[in-house]
Design a protein around this ligand. Structure first.
Ligand code: ADP
Length: 185
C-alpha cells in the first residue's frame, strides 16, 4: 500500500529490512547498543562487525532517542539505531517514548540528507508493544512528521517493512483509519 503526502511517498511492504536498498534502515536497538535478537540481530549479522564497532564508540542511546552509523555491508548506506520502549501496561509513558523513537529517527535522517528510509515496527517484537497500538502510533507520528517537513520534501520515501502478513494487514488498516480521520480518501 502506497500513499503520497506532498512530495513524499509512504509505503507499507512485507519483507526483510536487511535487504532494503533505501538510503537508511532503522534498527530497533537496545539502549546499550549491544545487539541482540530480532531485527537488531539480523541487521548486525547482515551488516558485519563494523556497525557494532561504531555502536561501541557511540556508547549508549537512551530510550526514545536515535543514533546513526554507516550500513557496513548492507545495501543501505546508513543504519539509524533507535530504542523503543518496553511495553508494560500502556500507562507508563510508552506511547510518548514510541513517538519519540520515530521522530528522532526521522530528525537524524533529515539532518544527514537521507532521501529514503525504511522502518521496522519498533517495540512490537521482544519489547511487547501490541501491534495495533504500535501501528497506530508509528503511522500517525510518521505522517505528521512528513506533513511538518512538507516544504522540504525530504525524505522522499518512507517505507515500513513488516515482517508478517498479519503485521502488514494491521498496518494497512491503521493507515486507512488514519487517512479517514484526516479526511483523505
Ligand atoms: P523490539 O525489541 O523493539 O520489540 P524486535 O526486533 O524484537 O524489536 O521486533 C521489532 C519488529 O521487527 C517485530 O515486529 C519483528 O517481527 C520485526 N522483525 C524482526 N526481524 C525483522 C527483519 N529482518 N525485517 C523486518 N522486521 C523484522
Amino acid at each position: 500500500m502506497d500513499i503520497k503526502i506532498g512530495k513524499t511517498t509512504l509505503t507499507l511492504i512485507l519483507g526483510d529490512i536487511t535487504l532494503e536498498e533505501t538510503d537508511a534502515i532503522v534498527n530497533a536497538a537496545n539502549s546499550m547498543l549491544a545487539g541482540g535478537g530480532g531485527v537488531d540481530g539480523a541487521i548486525h549479522r547482515a551488516g558485519g562487525p563494523g556497525i557494532m564497532e561504531e555502536c561501541r564508540r557511540i556508547g549508549r542511546c537512551p530510550t526514545g532517542s536515535a543514533v546513526i552509523t554507516t550500513g557496513g555491508n548492507l545495501k543501505a548506506k546508513n543504519v539509524i539505531h533507535t530504542v523503543g520502549p518496553i511495553y508494560r501496561d500502556g500507562n507508563s509513558g510508552e506511547g510518548c517514548l514510541l513517538v519519540s523513537a520515530y521522530r528522532k529517527s526521522l530528525e537524524i535522517a533529515v539532518k544527514n540528507g537521507i532521501r529514503s528510509i525504511s522502518f521496522p515496527s519498533i517495540s512490537a517484537g521482544a519489547y511487547g508493544y501490541p501491534i495495533k497500538e504500535a501501528a497506530k502510533i508509528a503511522l500517525k507520528t510518521v505522517v505528521e512528521f512528513i506533513e511538518f517537513i512538507i516544504e522540504q520534501g525530504k525524505p522522499e520515501l518512507v517505507r515500513f517493512v513488516l515482517f508478517s502478513d498479519r503485521d502488514q494487514r494491521v498496518y494497512e488498516e491503521a493507515l486507512k483509519d488514519l487517512m479517514k480521520i484526516k479526511g483523505v480518501t
